[in-house]
Design a protein around this ligand. Structure first.
Ligand code: NAD
Ligand code: UD1
Length: 358
């Protein structure tokens, strides 16, 4: 029997490439639509090294109705995982129109194309940023939208549009997954996060300091009302968020917060390297602390995070150490095809509590 095909928009990116690994392990064939504006096609070759299956890559824009129609016509797609988008908060404040264009108009073009084709099962990659910074933690899914930047507002608007669509037409099945802070890398060390340019986010920055590629980490503020004064976030392993099941509206986090200094300590333990750091001023727009109430995803479809911060750091370091130049580094010879890594996270996208491996 042929593996059902899943269209993964943005599938060459950080979360998308790990999602491809999880989808293949669960018996699906990913078809990736990506402009590669923030990713590298070689990430999909690494997916092939891990799984033995290279996802189909269609280089195209999610805003392009013709390209979308072609993809749906060429591949018998059963469902869509939508990750294509822009995600840098600072950039969204400087250039909001691009964010509304790619994130909002891109999703509109996608659902219109899906409707034309009759594919009405969609998993949308949302973000904890839809909650803004006024919610007490742990944050529950029923908290109101209060995004404080254009990036977050595009995510909230897309969620509202999709909720209206699902209410208007019962044929649609839509899940909005609100990722908290996905970090880590595939445990093989073959796949990980490789941002273009200097990393904005904490984990890739720490990894590059550990590797000697940057001198020190600037801690953005140590005067917050938190355990050690530094910002607290709910870091969740990328291979946990890649294990995406069912149809839902849910937070994907661990339910636990970790401060910047706690992440630094965990990374030092994992890498055996000292992370030089300097305390800098607060970063504009940063919330002091937030983490997920992660019970909803467990109750709704049996998902919960399995990997702790130590494993997130160990996997990030394995990836960084083995690939100091990202995808420019050749995949290790032993990884060419076989033996394949057993992905112990594999699960059906329709898994229910009790069927989960957790
Ligand atoms: P990423 O930048 O690595 O992946 C996004 C992918 O989309 C990239 O491969 C990029 O080339 C592609 N893309 C961008 N514009 C496109 C377009 N117009 N058409 C087709 N492809 C396009 O980012 P990621 O961390 O993997 O995030 C994936 C999704 O998850 C994003 O929608 C992001 O907003 C969301 N998200 C990420 C995080 C996080 O911390 N990484 C947190 C919450 C939500
Ligand atoms: C931000 C966005 C989130 C987005 C994510 C990935 C908000 C509120 N959150 O998360 O929506 O999905 O980026 O793009 O907009 N830090 C340092 N030094 C650094 C980098 C970060 O101290 O060099 C600190 C930050 O101040 C913060 C923590 O580390 O306390 C995590 O920062 P980061 O990894 O950038 O993620 P968020 O800002 O939480």
């Amino acid at each position: 029997m042929r593996a059902p095909r899943i269209l993964v928009t943005g599938g060459a990116g950080f979360i998308g490439s790990h999602t491809c690994v999880a989808l293949i392990a669960a018996g699906y064939l990913p078809v990736v639509l990506d402009t590669l504006v923030n990713s590298d096609a070689r990430s999909l070759q690494r997916v092939a090294c891990i799984t033995g299956v290279e996802p189909v890559l269609v280089c195209g824009d999610v805003r392009d109705a013709v390209a979308l129609d072609r993809v749906f016509a060429a591949y018998d797609v059963a469902a869509v995982v939508h990750l294509a988008g822009l995600k840098a908060v600072g950039e969204s404040m400087a250039d909001p129109v691009s964010y509304y264009d790619v994130n909002l108009a891109g999703t509109l073009a996608l659902v219109q194309a899906m409707d034309r084709t009759g594919v009405r099962t969609l998993v949308f990659s949302s973000s904890a940023t839809v909650y803004g910074d006024s919610q007490p933690s742990p944050i529950v899914e029923s908290a109101p939208y209060a995004a404080v930047n254009p990036y977050g507002r595009t995510k909230a608007m897309v969620e509202s549009m999709l909720a209206d669509l699902a209410r208007a037409d019962a044929r649609w099945s839509i899940a909005c997954l609100r990722y908290f802070n996905p970090i880590g890398a595939h445990e093989s060390g073959l796949l990980g996060e490789r941002p273009h340019g200097p990393p904005n986010n904490l984990m890739p920055y720490i990894a590059q300091v550990a590797a000697g590629q940057r001198e020190w980490l600037v801690v953005h503020g140590a005067d917050y009302d938190t355990v050690d004064g530094t910002g607290v976030r709910d870091y969740v392993h990328v291979m946990d968020v890649a294990r995406r099941p069912g149809i839902l509206m849910a937070n994907l986090g661990t339910g636990r917060g970790a401060s910047v200094l706690e992440v630094v300590s965990a990374f030092e333990r994992a890498s055996g390297r000292r992370i030089a750091l300097r305390i800098g001023p607060r970063r504009p727009g940063d919330a002091p602390a937030y983490w997920a109430d992660a019970r909803g995803a467990w109750q709704a479809f049996g998902w919960r995070a399995r990997r702790d911060l130590d494993q997130m750091c160990a996997d990030s370091w394995r990836w960084q150490a083995a690939n100091p130049h990202g995808f420019d580094d050749p995949a290790p010879a032993h990884a060419s095809g076989l033996p394949r890594f057993q992905d112990n996270t594999s699960t059906s996208i329709n898994s229910k509590p009790g069927h989960s491996h957790a």
